[in-house]
Design a protein around this ligand. Structure first.
Ligand SMILES: C[S@@+](CC[C@H](N)C(=O)[O-])C[C@H]1O[C@@H](n2cnc3c(N)ncnc32)[C@H](O)[C@@H]1O
Length: 294
């Protein structure tokens, strides 16, 4: 599937790349936003792109030489932002983008169980050095802990019911694949789950992915470091894909604004147009917030 960067026009509008400015793409993924930035910060501006997933990184790295000499790619987590900048002597940063979560490749091609529409091993790791997989959580975590992540990270109101069903199922056999998990969910969730607005497995899969990759903890940490490393007038743009992430971004922006460190550029989150949603259904839950360093 062709990769379409989410809210591209809006990202460029708020990051506002100009000739010779330097940017960080903290979640470079398939490089869609990065390429658009590189088009605009010619001839000497650079982009430092960080990608946690080795497979995604390697795919992009292959085309790095072709893409641009002004692109520096790093396989690491943005949670190590300050360290990465020091190690690469990357200074004077005019803007940073966080486009959170997974990319289309994870869903469509990774084979790691990110999609409830496929039958794949329950893995969900971005980083293979991380020992924790979705299968580990489902088969070995205390049922109360499973219920807790379903409620907290999935905002799943049927967390208790699902946790009990998992307990029963795993007492019979190991739950190793996405299809197995989906059929357990199907058995216990109402037929008209959320009136058909979302697939009944959406919240459970979201919760597992967040838990496996410790996603919520690192967002705050990453943004805090970003605020410290940006130049005065530096721009920070964050795209999130669910309300938990958006709340974290909103709160940390508010906190930093109150501390006099930044001014918020988006009173309300920017969302994709109907047209973008029609062309790219994955953009439908995206919310963009932007701020400028004082
Ligand atoms: C939504 S995609 C980014 C898409 C990208 N903006 C583009 O246009 O192609 C998010 C990417 O961030 C990566 N990622 C997730 N957590 C990360 C982290 N802690 N540090 C760096 N990259 C991360 C994921 O592996 C994924 O490739």
């Amino acid at each position: 599937m062709e990769h379409v960067p989410v809210l591209l026009k809006e990202v460029i509008n708020y990051l506002d790349p100009k000739a010779n400015e330097n940017f960080i793409d903290a979640t470079v993924g398939e490089g869609g936003h990065t390429i658009a930035i590189l088009e605009r910060n010619k001839p000497k501006g650079k982009v430092l792109g960080i990608e946690i997933d080795l497979s995604v990184y390697e795919r992009l790295k292959e085309s790095e030489a072709k893409i641009n000499k002004r692109l520096i790619l790093i396989n690491d987590s943005y949670v190590n932002l300050e360290k990465i900048l020091k190690e690469n002597d990357f200074q004077s940063v005019d803007g940073i983008l966080f486009d959170l979560g997974m990319c289309s490749w994870h869903l469509d091609e990774s084979g790691r169980g990110f999609s409830y529409l496929r039958d794949e091993p329950l893995d969900m790791r971005f980083d293979y050095e991380n020992y924790l997989t979705a299968a580990e959580i489902i088969n070995f975590w205390d049922i109360k802990e499973i219920e807790k992540i379903l409620k907290e990270f999935g905002e799943e109101r049927y967390g208790h019911r699902i946790a009990l069903a998992v307990k029963e199922a795993r007492s019979k056999e190991r739950i190793v694949g996405t299809k197995q998990l989906v059929s357990i969910l199907k058995r216990v969730l109402p037929k008209d789950y959320e009136k058909g607005r979302i697939h009944f497995a959406t919240r459970t899969f979201q919760a597992l992915r967040i838990a496996v990759n410790d996603e919520l903890q690192i967002i705050k940490n990453g943004i805090e470091q970003a605020v410290e490393i940006l130049k005065p007038e530096g721009r920070i743009v964050v795209i999130s894909f669910h309300s938990l992430e958006d709340r974290i971004v909103k709160n940390i922006f508010k906190e930093k604004a109150q501390a006099g460190k930044l001014s918020i550029l988006t009173k309300k989150p920017i969302m994709p147009s109907q047209e973008e949603i029609k062309n790219n259904s994955r953009s439908r839950s995206a919310k963009l917030r932007a701020a400028k360093i004082i």
